[in-house]
Design a protein around this ligand. Sequence first.
Ligand SMILES: [Zn+2]
Length: 273
Amino acid sequence: MEQRIREIIQDSDMVLVGIGEEFEGVRQLKQIPEYVRLIEEAEATGKDWMIPAINRYFADREIKKGQDAFAQIPNVLAGLAELLQDKNYFMVTVTTNDYVWDAGFKEGRVVAPCGGSRKKQCAGGKDCEVPPQPISQKEWEQLQGEISNRIDKIQESNVCEMDYINNCPQCNRPMVLNNIFAENYDERGYLDTWQIYTKWLQGTLNRKLCILELGVGMQYPSVIRFPFEKIGYFNQKANFIRVNKNLYQLTEELKEKGISISENAVDWLTSLC
Ligand SMILES: [Zn+2]
């Protein structure tokens, strides 16, 4: 089957890739008690926007410890970037751990509508004139330090809040990380790339299109799952490949041009790349 799929990719003019929840590794993260405590604390104090940074912190820590289950995620993404390097592709991800940005995908060919930890935004969201902007290396280190401090103090029973990044130069509200967990998520952080993506999609009609939907669940079905099904249905020359451990079923319309693989997409990519 892997060989067949490599052939489909090679044979296609364009490749549309969707990366989903299976690439967050949250199921494994939840096995770590300190992680669970920190997430609970972030939610209890209205700092939900810290969730992607906490996820990334713990995943990186496990990778440093030599935990293969976590190292697999950045590794298979790098493998996928290599497999697709000569193809005309576009990738949409609902992940927020930012591993896609270090995997070597082509500049401007990845869009992450759920955001992550790479940009900060005003807590006022789009009500404020100041659009999301990249966080500096220093600010990233500060956030990491903040998380590390909280882990050290986790034994204390009182809830202690993590600090904000800094304040908005325009309205003085706090700056928070630009992701879907923020109370007023500012979508200006990704809309430029989204416009490029929709233009790219228009060019797929009547082309041999390979749709590779990897580990996408039902958390944000309107971002990848439903639109990909629609694109696959309307494109006469499309191949639709869905890989997911539990939600692998194909709709009736896609059964003929679709391949469904019931396996965790991270594991499956290990054998493909
Ligand atoms: Zn502001």
